[in-house]
Write a protein that binds this ligand. Sequence first.
Ligand code: F6P
Length: 528
Amino acid sequence: MPLLKINPTETLSWQKLQQHFYDIQFVKMQQLFCENKNRANEFHIQWNDFLVDFSKNRINATTIDLLVELANEVNLKVGIDALVNGAFINETENRKVLHTNLRKLSTTENAEVHDALNKMQHFTQNVINGTLKGSTGLAFTDVINIGIGGSDLGPKLVTEALENYKNHLNIHYISNIDNDSIQTLKNKLNPETTLIIIVSKSFTTLETISNANIFKDWLLQNNLKTQHHLVAVSSNIPEAVAYGVESVNIFPMWDYVGGRYSLWSAVGLSTALAIGFNQFKQLLDGANEMDNHFTNTPFKHNIPVILALISIWYNNFFCFETEAVIPYVDKLKMLPAYLQQVVMESNGKNVDRNGDTVNYETGNIIWGEVGTNSQHAFFQLFHQGTKIIPTDFIGFVNAFTPSDLHDLLMANFFAQTEALMNGKEGNYHTNDSNDKNAVYKDFKGNRPSNTILINKLTPKTLGSLLALYEHKTFVQGYIWNIYSFDQFGVEYGKVLANNIKAELNNQDIKNHDCSTTFLLNHYLKNKK
Ligand code: F6P
């Protein structure tokens, strides 16, 4: 079967979904639950340590059938096989997309990946056990990861999420070009015991190289030999060598791995240093298990496929523009920011795979914050606002440190999805039919959510969770007939910033629109 490039709205199943939407758009979930006591049984997937309950959605069995029909009509399975088998699906950059290869630990087919993993293993062991030292002979205590976007968000998320598995090394992340936070970090650290990892696939990213320069100067000002303290992760090895990083300290990246899909490669070196290589391998293993589930499971029981299809249902038929992700654990605080890059950099596209401007909605806006904090911030809008925000609730059956507090946390987790679905009459606590304020207390309910309940936050389950969202994103991009693996929209900004930086240096503002010229002149005039 061929890899199709068709406008999804021109498929027969899309027309059927449109009609189905007209039929059920006003049906309330409360009614669906009343009519079908078996609903949770019918709309959930249990897999490894995951239970995904998608029954609290505005769907019925026909919705799922038609969505799966859509997936089949656009040959999604062919797309999935093309992804994992290394077809050149990133056509605009003429590249394969093989982040799934990075986590195939048991196979020997990709020698360069295994060589890199072996190098990482050796290096991390030597730093952790203190064999590898800084230029004054002291063991490393601190590691700074300098990178941005995919060279920062993934490793930072994973390192924070797996803090309970961490060793003695302190890991710091510098991404933004914010001198104030850089100075704060420099003041805290001893350069003699600090290892600096410059992570940049291109090794030309303005932010990363500017920040690396500051830390390189810091080493030099302290009379340290930079080659003992600098490590690079890049696919631009000549540039990293020219920068002064010893070849032995350069870890590879490959053009078949996009930045936002790279935490599984040596980009995850800071994570591997933090938790040790064996735990890092568990992370890869968890992702690989999700890859196998994604590749081999019929769509109706396939977690990434089902979540992607439900998301398309809301995005393209109900026209709900945003989605929230609410993890009920502080350690996953970074998850929404990480997913914003994965989802929005991948699927924020308005031209399809035939070069035509799309006439339907693509990439969702994704946002979120940990629960219960978010309950006390923006959940008011979830419950009673005019907008509907389909939400993924992510919770864990077991805390790392068991306690009664965990039941309280999870009681909130369950209560929120129930309240969003069921709603409540406004006079529920007074039972007073004359209560004039009852109308303000009315919760209409019928607000959709997925519940992703995982046994425990471990390297392995985290790997599976992140791979789940990668694949969900892929499925959506594939069905929307867009190229999910380039990011030209961001790259243009890099060019413009470089030009303006040169103008600021020369104090010579060139031809811009009048607003930008006005702002730049104001900046130059008031800058001390
Ligand atoms: O923001 C655009 C982007 O290209 C991301 O895709 C990437 O993760 C980030 O910049 C960093 O790029 P690099 O690793 O080349 O420094």
